[in-house]
Write a protein that binds this ligand. Structure first.
Ligand SMILES: C[S@@+](CC[C@H](N)C(=O)[O-])C[C@H]1O[C@@H](n2cnc3c(N)ncnc32)[C@H](O)[C@@H]1O
Length: 406
């Protein structure tokens, strides 16, 4: 199976909005000019780490969303051949576990008769699988099967909650309340939980069976970090590929608030992470060297102007730091959807390309531009915000770091 097909199967381990389209990776790896680490500062679910693993490259992936740690660890372990059946059997122990634990707002998200199961499953997780270290923003595993257990348990817990199954955000929909009430009126709650847990486990096991294990064991480093203020960017980077948020098309931390609470991330940390998310934070002092950006701001109402200033100054600072730390001849790929603000298209990639090629010694790679019309991402459609029609098209640009001419 080729890289594109393998990656799109691995995406089944757990959903994440706006992942890289899997076809992007072949182009990226074919353009690498030097050997070294592969880096993504806005890694989301860490898709690039998985692609790098399959291509035998060491990688480092960062994101503000702690769920990255769970998805990357579980997916890499699927590739390594960890037993999905064993993770499922741990859930049997969990259902008998006596020391329960529930997030503070559990009564809002789960029907009364489901709470006992949720409490056992997540009490077991905290005591036996992993705990969240709040000062390090990292999960500390007690058992190597923690992340596979987590993805299966998260999936089943979500399906038995009032949150709508068709959008990633935690959102109590009338449709789901009705559906769950009628399901619970004719099914045993434990059987239902098992049905969903088994469904996820079987899907993951099928993915595992169809994979070809790479003949290598590259290093994968995952960091939960605010990338705007992070001080130590990785060295020895041969290639970076990243996809910043598409302006305000998605609130990632809010979308995963339910998962994060179940995983034991404190409410106060979730709120703090939300305030650090781009573009929901103040602009920083950075001169955007792009005529397209200047045109874009002209005549915009102050609220939208501030949003775009925040978006571009913060995002470009991250991209500049990434490029500055790359080796000579390394490549930087940036992928984003063309969002709109008050009906005006925001050509994110054009602004990024203009700014980076003007300010740094980066040059466009021949054949390194991709346009991808979106057919698959219903999550961005029909939104009641400044971007009501969703994202229609996504772009990739690839830039190479030129040696400095003295
Ligand atoms: C388009 S998504 C990346 C998806 C990723 N390419 C994938 O395949 O899963 C953009 C990511 O930027 C992250 N992000 C936003 N603000 C951030 C910040 N200040 N520091 C680190 N990550 C941030 C979001 O959490 C989100 O996961």
């Amino acid at each position: 199976m080729n890289l594109e097909a393998t990656l799109s199967k691995l995406y089944d381990v757990y959903m994440y909005p706006a992942r890289f389209p899997s076809k992007i990776f072949d182009l990226f790896f074919s353009k690498l000019g030097v050997r070294g680490v592969i880096f993504d500062p806005f890694a989301g679910s860490g898709s690039l780490a998985l692609a790098s693993y399959l291509k035998c490259y060491d990688s480092e992936v960062w994101d503000l969303n702690p769920v990255i740690h769970v998805i990357v660890d579980a997916s890499v372990n699927v590739v390594r051949g960890y037993s999905v059946g064993e993770a499922l059997r741990l859930l049997e122990d969990a259902l008998r576990y006596g020391r329960g634990w529930l997030p503070s707002d559990a009564g809002y998200w789960w029907p009364e008769q489901v709470l006992d199961i949720i409490s056992r499953v997540w009490g077991f997780f905290r005591d036996n699988m992993a705990s969240f270290n709040d000062s390090k923003l990292a999960f500390e595993p007690y058992d190597e099967r923690w992340s596979l257990y987590a993805v299966i348990a998260l999936y089943a817990s979500r399906r038995l909650s009032y949150t709508d199954d068709s959008v990633p955000k935690w959102f109590k929909s009338r449709y789901k309340v009705g559906k769950l009430t009628s399901l619970l009126s004719v099914n045993d709650v434990r059987e239902l939980f098992w049905r969903y847990a088994r469904l996820k486990a079987v899907r993951i096991a099928r993915v595992q069976e169809s994979l070809v294990k790479p003949n290598c064991k590259p290093n994968v480093e995952v960091k939960v970090v605010d990338v705007v203020t992070a001080s130590e960017y990785p060295d020895g980077v041969a290639g970076a590929l990243t996809s910043p948020p598409y302006v305000q098309a998605q609130e990632y931390i809010r979308s995963f608030s339910g998962e994060l609470k179940l995983l034991g991330v404190p409410d106060s940390t979730i709120s703090r992470l939300r305030s650090l998310e781009i573009p929901y934070r103040p602009p920083i002092n950075l001169n955007v060297e792009s005529p397209t950006y200047q045109e874009l701001l002209e005549g915009l109402e102050p609220r939208c102007k501030k949003l775009l200033e925040s978006y571009f100054t913060n995002t470009l600072q991250v991209l500049e730091r990434t490029a500055e730390n790359m080796m000579e001849k390394a490549i930087l790929g940036v992928f984003a959807g063309e969002a709109t603000v008050r009906g005006r298209p925001v050509p994110i990639i054009k602004v990024v390309r203009e700014h980076l090629t003007k300010k740094l010694n980066l040059r466009e790679v021949e054949g390194g531009i991709i346009e991808d019309r979106i057919r698959r991402r219903r999550l961005f459609k029909k939104r009641k915000n400044m971007n009501p029609n969703g994202i229609q098209v996504e772009h990739l640009t690839l830039l190479r770091k030129e040696p400095i001419k003295w």
